[in-house]
Unconditional design. Sequence first.
Length: 132
Amino acid sequence: MTVLSLPAVVVDTYLDVCLNIAMSRPQQSVFKALADPTRRSILKLLQKGSLTAGAIADAYPITRASLSHHFNILKAADLVRTERRGQHIVYSLNATVLEETAALLMDLFAPADKGGSAGKKKSPRHPVRNGK
């Protein structure tokens, strides 16, 4: 049995244990959504303002069914909000989730504070004396 034949939940759990990173399901769905270049492009497009599904569809050379799939993943991750206006569905960016994800990444990759030395200058291993 290969890793590719295992259910996604098993692989996610395995990776969480191996990497010692326990992320919540919402955080995992955000990373899944951001992993696809088309979805990142849709989010970039929505940075400029809310758009109807049709206006977004016009920007991509993919089928409406594929675009609907991308919208569903973005909605499941709470990265976009939807509002029905008559016959149209209007999508807007949920910046709060992106900010929380950025904060998570900053915290995850922040330099470790060793021994409370934050803000202190380290003394050289071999101090120079008398200008030598």
